[in-house]
Structures are given as structure tokens and as C-alpha cells.
Design a protein around this ligand. Structure first.
Ligand SMILES: C[S@@+](CC[C@H](N)C(=O)[O-])C[C@H]1O[C@@H](n2cnc3c(N)ncnc32)[C@H](O)[C@@H]1O
Length: 200
């Protein structure tokens, strides 16, 4: 019960932030309004992009759009109806399926899943459940690209960057690491991002 309350509170917090920043999005710390560069390098590196793709916690929708442009049939989920409406408006000409959906209750599977910064955005009490939920969206034989801040020192969240051990947990959910990279980008959260590519 306490778990559900904390979870609902997190969802309301995100929706409130998007509501208050509908016009310019400038106070939404993660809103690049451009594709995540660590997704873009994957799209540039891999030759073949086909099948279904899922973006978890899609925010304003730029990553979903980038996946659609290279050829995926894209579903993008988020708990905030406000941000889904903004994303639909921004990419009005696209065929992306923007759906209000809680990752913890999602049962669909996809050929390619992109998750950036959503696992770390929920309190650590949710971590294992969240990792299982993310891994559960990858079809057998499919791929997951994970982007997250690496925990470097004590940081009073939100967000709550991931430790190396937490990233390892994806491997207990039927996923095998294909590559594991650390990337540097200045940020007050941490200057290092994990970019980990898995297959199921
Ligand atoms: C830190 S933001 C990251 C947004 C985007 N992935 C990015 O990298 O810019 C986390 C997003 O996940 C969404 N979110 C939070 N909890 C969620 C849940 N349980 N299921 C689906 N989306 C969720 C939030 O509304 C928010 O848009």
C-alpha cells in the first residue's frame, strides 16, 4: 500500500512538472528537445533498424521520433498525460503510438527497447521491480539500450543514479550484455553515463 502511494506520488510529480512547464520546457532538466546523443550513436552504428520499438518514459518524444525515422514501428509510453499530449503535438505527422501506460503494468514485448533516465528517476525502493519491468518488455531475441547516470558520490535525489551493481541486475532478468560503455558529460547529477546494450 505504501508502495502504491509512493508510486502514485511519483507519477503526479512528473505530471505536475510537465504541467508547469508546458510552454517552454526549460525547467525540465532532462528535456533536450533533441534525440539523446547516446541513442543517436547506436542508430548510426547499427545498419539494420526494423521491427517494433518501445521508448520507456518517453517524455517529449524526441527519442521515439528518431527511432521512427530510421524505420521502427514505435510505441512510446509515459505516465504523464500532459507530456504525451505535448509529444503528440510536437510530432503530429508521425505514426508513433504515444500511450499513457505505467511500465510496472505493461505486458507487451518489443524487438528494440530504449530506456533513458527513467529507472533512475524513481526512488531506490522501486529499483529491482523497475529493472524487471524494463527487461520484461524485450521480446526473446530482442535488444535493450539502457542509458543512465552512474552513481559517483552521494547525491540527494531525485534522480537516484545507478550503481554498477544495479546495472548488473539486468543480467539476472534474461539479458546478456553486448556492450558496456561509460560516457562523460558534465552534469550536477554525475559526469558519467552508462550506455549498456543487451540482447535477450
Ligand atoms: C527523467 S524523465 C526521462 C524522460 C526521457 N526518457 C528522457 O531521457 O528525456 C522520466 C520519464 O518517465 C516517466 N515515468 C515515470 N514513472 C513512470 C512509469 N512508472 N511508467 C512510465 N513512465 C514513467 C516520467 O513521466 C518522465 O517523462
Amino acid at each position: 500500500m505504501i508502495y502504491m502511494q509512493a508510486h502514485n506520488k511519483a507519477s503526479e510529480w512528473f505530471d505536475g512538472l510537465y504541467q508547469n512547464n508546458k510552454k517552454t520546457h526549460e525547467n525540465i532538466p532532462w528535456a533536450r528537445q533533441a534525440v539523446n546523443p547516446l541513442l543517436q550513436t547506436y542508430l548510426d552504428e547499427e545498419i539494420s533498424h526494423k521491427g517494433t520499438a518501445l521508448v520507456i518514459g518517453c517524455g517529449l518524444g524526441d527519442d521515439a521520433r528518431a527511432l521512427e525515422l530510421v524505420g521502427y514501428d514505435v510505441t512510446a509510453i509515459d505516465v504523464s498525460q500532459t507530456v504525451l499530449d505535448l509529444a503528440k503535438e510536437r510530432f503530429a505527422g508521425s505514426h508513433i503510438k504515444f500511450i499513457k501506460q505505467d511500465i510496472f503494468e505493461y505486458t507487451q514485448t518489443f524487438d528494440f527497447v530504449f530506456e533513458a533516465l527513467t529507472v533512475q528517476s524513481l526512488p531506490i525502493a522501486f529499483r529491482e521491480k523497475m529493472i524487471k519491468a524494463v527487461a520484461g518488455t524485450v521480446v526473446q531475441g530482442g535488444r535493450l539500450l539502457l542509458v543512465a547516470h552512474k552513481k559517483e558520490e552521494v547525491f540527494e535525489g531525485p534522480p537516484w543514479p545507478l550503481t554498477k551493481e544495479e546495472v548488473e541486475l539486468f543480467k539476472t532478468c534474461g539479458l546478456t550484455e553486448l556492450s558496456h560503455e561509460l560516457h562523460t558529460e558534465d552534469s550536477k547529477i554525475s559526469n558519467t553515463h552508462f550506455r549498456v546494450f543487451y540482447k535477450k
